[in-house]
Ligand binder design. Structure first.
Ligand SMILES: Cc1ncc(COP(=O)(O)O)c(C=O)c1O
Length: 378
């Protein structure tokens, strides 16, 4: 089976975790590795502060809590995203307003923002889908004009750039995930970055149960979203080779694109001029002219030992967001089409060009449905 993803953990990563374990950096918010990871990550993104959390989901949750928006405030969020983006809003009593996708990049359609802003709109949460960065310069100009806050969801976009500037360097806050399949990993883990010292203080306070002085007397309702030092050690070790990981991802994407660009009926990832897509996952859209549906393609690839995943179910179609207090409904026909037709392919940095050749060969043959033999098990 060629899995959709395999984590890239090196010997140095393992040694780093052992060193943190030996130093007793097992839990809490102390220790060299956690401080170093936060400092180096902030410097890498080009922000003043970084606060590590237990996951990308809790990074988003913490970021929204730190903004202290009045309950019932609306947040415009990419319709095509992981449910974690909307959960961070729902658990902070904020209302999701889904923004439909743009056809070429599959990111939120910036042209739709003016018509979606309403009286209670307070913030925008753009998601850099599959590692393709949103045009953050344009989005920030719009947000500043309207007095809206911006929280970037960079869970999939470590290393992506907009005219040379990294995703995560634009919003009032930006959140990253270090889940096992992300560009870099800490197992489970996340990070919030900002330039605002007051927000940094608030994030740290809320992350650690709202502990202040005197100890055990709490002024605010906090959370335990602390990343342990041994996971920070893994993150730090991974961060130090992020450039080569991103390069591998882009090389993998290039192998796919060169083999699939001539196949009729497949829409491949689009990297706008001046943007750097990191291809967290190599995604494509199966058009009706391909000859078989996305589901049929996935089925045939699975039979050949190739694992795939669909695009996200858009937020306007999420049963868990039913109810006016959770979502202001907005139609999202493009995101719905992507949910029906989008698929992503094995994207592990461990894949060799020969694996990509095999996968693309199967894709090219899939509409004919014959003449393919199963891949060797890996
Ligand atoms: C866009 C997006 N946001 C948030 C998350 C949540 O991150 P985590 O799995 O680390 O909680 C994910 C992925 O898992 C994601 O893809």
């Amino acid at each position: 089976m060629i899995p959709v993803f395999e984590p890239d953990v090196s010997n140095e990563d393992i040694q780093a975790v052992i060193a943190a374990l030996r130093a007793g950096e097992i839990s809490g918010t102390f220790g060299r590795h956690l401080a170093d990871f936060e400092r180096e990550f902030a410097a890498w993104v080009g922000r003043r502060f970084a606060v590590a959390t237990t996951s990308g989901t809790t990074a988003l949750h913490l970021a929204m809590a730190a903004l202290e928006l009045p309950p019932g405030s609306e947040v415009l969020v990419s319709a095509s995203t992981n449910i974690a983006s909307a959960l961070a809003l729902a658990h902070n009593r904020l209302v999701t307003v889904p923004v439909d996708s743009e056809r070429r990049t599959w990111n939120l359609d910036l042209d739709l923002l003016p018509s979606l802003v309403a009286e209670r709109t307070r913030a925008i949460m753009p998601v850099h889908l599959f590692g393709n960065p949103v045009d953050m310069e344009r989005l920030m100009d719009f947000a500043r004009e309207r007095g809206l806050l911006v929280v970037e969801d960079c869970a999939e976009s470590h290393g992506a750039t907009v005219r040379g500037r990294l995703s995560g360097a634009f919003g009032d806050l930006a959140c990253f995930s270090f889940y096992a399949n992300k560009v870099i990993t800490t197992g489970e883990g996340g990070m919030v970055v900002t330039d605002d010292p007051a927000l940094d203080r608030k994030l740290r306070l809320l992350r650690n149960l709202g502990f202040t002085e005197p100890r055990f007397r709490h002024e605010v309702l906090g959370f335990n979203f602390r990343m342990p030092g041994l996971q920070a050690a893994l993150g730090l070790s991974q961060l130090r080779r992020i450039d080569s990981i991103v390069e591998s991802k882009r090389r993998l994407a290039d192998w796919y694109t060169r083999r699939l660009r001539s196949v009729a009926g497949l829409q491949l990832p689009h990297e706008p001029e001046g943007f750097r897509h990191v291809h967290w996952m190599y995604a494509l859209v199966v058009e009706p002219s391909f000859g078989i549906s996305r589901d049929e393609l996935a089925k045939r690839l699975k039979a050949d030992g190739i694992e795939t995943r669909t695009f996200f179910c858009p937020m306007n179609r999420q049963p868990c967001l039913g109810g006016e207090e959770l979502m202001r409904f907005a139609p999202c026909p493009v995101a719905e089409e992507l949910w029906e037709r989008g698929i992503y392919l094995p994207s592990s940095t461990r894949l060799r060009e020969a694996d990509v050749e095999t996968i693309c060969e199967r894709i090219r043959h899939a509409p004919k449905g014959a003449g393919v033999t199963a891949c060797a098990s890996r």
